[in-house]
Design a protein around this ligand. Structure first.
Ligand code: PRP
Ligand code: ZN
Length: 243
């Protein structure tokens, strides 16, 4: 659809844990993004770049196919996709310092979970069947994986499966559903990915420029600017604690 356009396309999550911070990263990199929160596309005013707002699970496909030259996506979504591919058709350029979370196995608080062997012969609901399958077979556990596209935490209460494997960041969703995390399947964070499809010279230059800018943002994040409201008397003790 965009093959003949001279513009670069960056896929970011339309709505969810990465959307806002993905936009902010690109703004910090100097991209002036035109407004229109509900649009599927936003033009960048000062570069020939378009942002595409899509479902996170579609981002690896779009970047692999070269429909979008870049994408911002969680390692969880990317690895789940990669396990279904013969060969990667994208490169991971950099971790982006936000969107940290983990794919975890969780059990009802009263389940008496005692290690992966407790999962043997049981049903586990998840949106990440490939990652879960790899985790289980690495441990010699055979369980039945039930694929759900959302509301995975409801599976035990609905009688769909006694265990779940889902993304956890604050842990509030598990907590609210009477579940506790028992195993970590994958640590995740937001990643910048780039297609392996060759780019025209003009697009390749723009891609380099974009990556340098994002690199610059990440470099400045390493030194943090902290503002505190504290009594002057505490100043010495505070600076002793800060690195
Ligand atoms: C995940 C997951 C939980 C929630 C957990 O969904 O499916 O519902 O986040 O977060 P918490 O530990 O902070 O409560 P996400 O927002 O990633 O949406 P998606 O899986 O539908 O893309
Ligand atoms: Zn999703």
């Amino acid at each position: 659809m965009f093959a003949d356009s001279g513009r670069l396309h960056i896929a970011i999550q339309k709505s969810g844990r990465l959307s806002q911070l993905s936009r902010e990263l690109l703004k910090d990199a100097g991209l002036r993004i035109q407004n229109g929160k509900n649009d599927l596309v936003a033009r960048v005013e000062n570069f020939p770049i378009d942002l595409m707002f899509v479902r996170d699970d579609d981002i690896p496909t779009f970047v692999s196919d070269g429909v979008c030259e870049f994408g911002v996506v969680g390692r969880n979504v990317l690895e789940e996709f990669a396990l279904g591919e013969a060969e990667p058709r994208y490169d991971v350029i950099a971790p982006l310092n936000f969107g940290r979370c983990a794919l975890k196995l969780a059990a009802p608080r009263d389940a008496g979970y005692a290690g992966p062997a407790s999962l043997d012969g049981k049903r586990i609901a998840t949106s990440y069947p490939r990652l879960l399958n790899r985790y289980l077979s690495d441990r010699g556990v055979s369980a039945e994986i039930v694929k759900m596209n959302g509301a995975v935490e409801l599976a035990p209460r609905l009688g769909i499966a006694p265990f779940v494997c889902d993304l956890v960041s604050t842990g509030a969703t598990l907590e609210a559903n009477g579940l506790e995390p028992v195993e970590t399947v994958l640590e995740s964070e937001a990643l910048l990915v780039r297609t392996r499809k060759p780019l025209s010279p003009a697009k390749a230059d723009l891609a380099e420029n974009l990556m340098r800018r994002i690199d610059g943002v990440l470099a400045t994040q390493e030194s943090k600017y902290i503002m505190l409201n504290a009594p002057e008397a505490a100043l010495q003790r505070i600076s002793a604690i800060l690195p």
